[in-house]
Design a protein around this ligand. Structure first.
Ligand SMILES: [Cu+2]
Length: 377
């Protein structure tokens, strides 16, 4: 018993140093006589096999969902009470947009608002009836009219340059080595697919609070993240690697939004939307569905864990996926070359598709095989 306690202390200390504690696993009742840090970290040890984890902290797998045990940092990648400005950005586009907002838009808006306020106040006081009993009959002043036309044009032209550059950067297609994440909106949760990595799928539901769960059901803890933002299965993505985000939906329009990445992309049924981003910092980031999609629209959060590529590879393996061969043809490359063929097929066959697909969609038309006649009208 004594040696077991000692072992727990050593394990706990090792885990504390490695920073891979996990407070949510079932407690194995050991380590009570140790310091206050010990119980929380000892709980992380699912079996005695955690010892190698101390030696190799590069493989920090979470017990619960098989994901990396990365803890959210309060105030990072999440909204903060009373905070007014944008969240700190962890993607190049996000930093660029943040700079554009802070260095250009906000000063310009402030200067214009102050100028207009000043002019209004000046007119109200200087030309009030008591101070200016005889009103001016002036109806034109060419010089002023040129100024108030030209100055806004110049301001807009100056804003347009960085704005269009940013817009172009946001729509830049992902490079060939990008990791593809397909986000599928459902009422009211997200499913994710990793088509480059064997196509495995994860389903991400919001974690309920302690008082709301059924017996045996998992409740949110602080290690998962803030209330209403934490999910049971977190998306894992590598840092420093371009991510190709593809969104779609199964029922109504949703929107995949991650404020810290400067990403908000509608997920539309029957359509694929695509954008790309590169996460620069490891951490846990929270977002939400941002398209009003029904009764539980506010309860389908998004949680992304950004980790080193090696940890991402380990997680993919743990999920039963495969890593694309380095430098070889990966599924994405195959897909990239495929559209040429499918495009030509489609080019010859849209008429067929239209007649066979149309009847299946709507009420009256459903009985109208092959679209003959106008039964739907
Ligand atoms: Cu939604």
């Amino acid at each position: 018993m004594r040696s077991k306690g000692l072992k727990s202390i050593v394990l706990a200390a090792g885990l504390a140093i490695a920073g891979i504690g996990n407070a949510t696993a079932p407690a194995p009742q050991a380590a009570t006589p140790t310091t206050t840090v010990a119980p929380a970290t000892t709980n992380a040890v699912p079996t005695t096999s955690a010892a190698p984890a101390v030696a190799a902290p590069a493989d920090p797998m979470l017990v619960l969902d098989g994901g990396p045990d990365v803890r959210p940092v309060p105030g990072v990648g999440m909204p903060v009470n009373g905070h007014l400005t944008l969240q700190d950005q962890v993607t190049p586009n996000g930093r660029r947009a943040h700079w554009f907002h802070n260095a250009i838009l906000l000063p310009v808006i402030t200067a214009i608002s102050v100028l207009v306020l000043f002019l209004l106040m000046w007119v109200m006081f200087r030309y009030r009836r008591a101070a200016n009993p005889v009103a001016s009959k002036t109806s034109h002043n060419t010089f002023i009219e040129i100024i108030w036309t030209a100055v806004p044009v110049i301001i807009l032209a100056l804003i347009a340059a960085p704005s269009i550059g940013l817009l172009a950067a946001q729509f830049k297609p992902a490079p060939a080595n990008a990791v593809t994440l397909k986000a599928i909106g459902n009422q009211w949760y997200w499913t994710y697919q990793y088509p480059d990595h064997g196509g495995f799928e994860i389903t991400s539901n919001m974690l309920k609070e302690k008082g709301q769960v059924q017996p045996g059901e998992r409740a949110r803890t602080d290690a998962d993240g803030p209330a209403l933002l934490a999910t049971d299965n977190r998306i894992v993505l590598p840092v420093g690697v371009p991510i190709r985000l593809i969104t779609t939906a199964n029922d109504v329009i949703h929107s995949w939004a991650m404020p810290a990445f400067w990403i908000k992309l509608d997920a539309v049924p029957g359509r694929l939307n695509e954008t790309s981003f590169t996460i620069e910092k490891e951490g846990v980031y929270f977002g939400q569905c941002s398209e009003l999609c029904g009764a539980r629209h506010g309860f389908m959060p998004i949680t992304v864990v950004a980790v080193k590529p090696a940890v991402f590879a380990a997680w993919v393996k743990a999920k039963g996926g495969t890593m694309p061969a380095a430098g070889g043809t990966k599924p994405a490359d195959a897909a990239a070359t495929a559209p040429a063929e499918t495009a030509t097929e489609n080019a010859t066959g849209p008429v067929e598709n239209a007649t066979s697909a149309a009847p299946a969609t709507n009420q009256a038309a459903a009985t109208n095989v092959a679209g003959a006649g106008n039964a739907g009208q």
